[in-house]
Design a protein around this ligand. Sequence first.
Ligand code: ZN
Length: 126
Amino acid sequence: MNTIILTTCSNSTEAYLIKGTLENNGIDCFLTNENFSNLMPHYFNIMGAGIQVMIDESDLEKAQKLISSPKADEIVCPNCNSSNVTFGFGYNKVKKWFIVFLSLFSWVPFGNIRKNFRCEDCKTEF
Ligand SMILES: [Zn+2]
């Protein structure tokens, strides 16, 4: 029995989702480095920081198949079922720059400006 690192996660939510998936499929695992990563999230990927999902070496192949993320071409638009989907910061860039400017002007941190999926056919963001 040899314990190895399956993957390193940037937050505990992602780590617990992977842990739950593995345990539901009969793979024993545990998390390490969780407290440090929750206290110092900005140190992710520096000096080995990040929440590590540890498994037995004999389960590696099965575990990698379970946690592999879906490919971009498998994602379809919830509005029109088109597979012509891209990933980016969205269409309304003026609104997002206005939010950034307003937050800098008022010294209030702006919310979550993040990337999302966009349908190129019906222009839906999800
Ligand atoms: Zn669409």
